[in-house]
Ligand binder design. Structure first.
Ligand code: ADP
Length: 265
């Protein structure tokens, strides 16, 4: 499949395909005395897939959470094309943070579905309650997305009636239903039994092929190799190395990258 961007053709665009959608410069974050991010730079072009890899505790999740306003960095800047532009050396208003949150949607390690709501109710929550999309239109879009991941027949069941892989696919649909500019995945398969990993990675790969822009934290190096345009290796709160996957995985330049890859491969 080519990157045709069909899925978002009705969404107002801020950056043309290939143009810079998100630019982060010098992001810093500490929790108490612990410096978790030390001057992170990140540029994401529309349609690009960036994979963040690195040891546990290196700051990957904190980067993702900073991109969508769940975490407020202590310094640095973050700007979306045609959208919010934040300088974290100054106080950030609630309005700025919410503008940031509107631009991206996160898929978590654990799907975080509401257990007492059906699949379709879970998907409708964001569009109807938060974004005030007319219900009939939101239902139509939700059904299209559920069909897209092969789960339309599960629209009225509860999360506990689904496998872990199906639950995570609903989690992905819930993010897509918000029609974000940017999809953020935080280790989307690490809580799944090994036999369920493939179906979730396949959906993410298809979304990448359709032109969705995404930043993916993952330990699935074969997925990163197949899907990423760029891989960033983080360690100790810095981006140690960034490269195209073929280069990163076959000719890592830094000793720390080599050690990490040797341990994980
Ligand atoms: P990764 O995703 O690479 O595993 P994280 O970004 O989750 O790394 O965490 C980086 C470091 O920050 C870890 O040492 C973690 O314990 C710490 N950390 C993350 N969130 C918080 C928090 N809310 N309060 C205190 N420490 C935190």
């Amino acid at each position: 499949m080519s990157r045709t961007d069909q899925s978002r053709s009705d969404v107002p665009e801020e950056a043309a395909p290939g143009e810079v959608l998100l630019s982060a410069r010098g992001l810093r974050k500490s929790f108490g005395d612990l410096e978790v991010l030390r001057a992170i730079d990140l540029e994401v072009r529309r349609g690009q897939v960036i994979c963040l890899i690195g040891p546990s505790g290196s700051g990957k999740t904190t980067v993702l959470r900073s991109l969508n306003g769940l975490e407020t960095p202590d310094g640095g800047t973050l700007s979306f094309a045609g959208g919010p532009s934040l300088d974290f050396s100054r106080p950030v208003s609630r309005r700025q943070r919410s503008a940031l949150r509107d631009r991206s949607a996160m898929v978590f390690q654990h799907h975080n579905l509401f257990p007492h709501r059906t699949v379709i109710q879970n998907v409708l929550e964001g569009p109807v309650q938060v974004q005030k999309t007319p219900r009939a239109r939101a239902v139509e879009q939700a059904e299209t997305l559920l069909e897209r991941v092969g789960l339309l027949d599960k629209r009225d069941v509860y999360p506990f009636q689904l496998s872990g892989g199906q639950q995570q696919r609903v989690g992905i649909v819930r993010a897509l239903a918000l029609r974000p500019s940017l999809l953020l995945f935080d280790e989307p398969t690490s809580a799944l039994d090994p036999e369920l990993v493939g179906e979730v990675l396949t959906v993410i790969k298809e979304l990448a092929d359709e032109g969705w822009t995404m930043v993916v934290v993952t330990h699935e190096l074969s997925f990163a190799r197949a899907v990423a345009d760029e891989v960033l290796f983080m360690d100790g709160g810095v981006v140690v190395e960034r490269a195209a996957p073929a280069e990163m995985f076959s000719r890592p330049r830094h000793a720390r990258t080599r050690q990490f890859l040797e341990r994980i491969l």
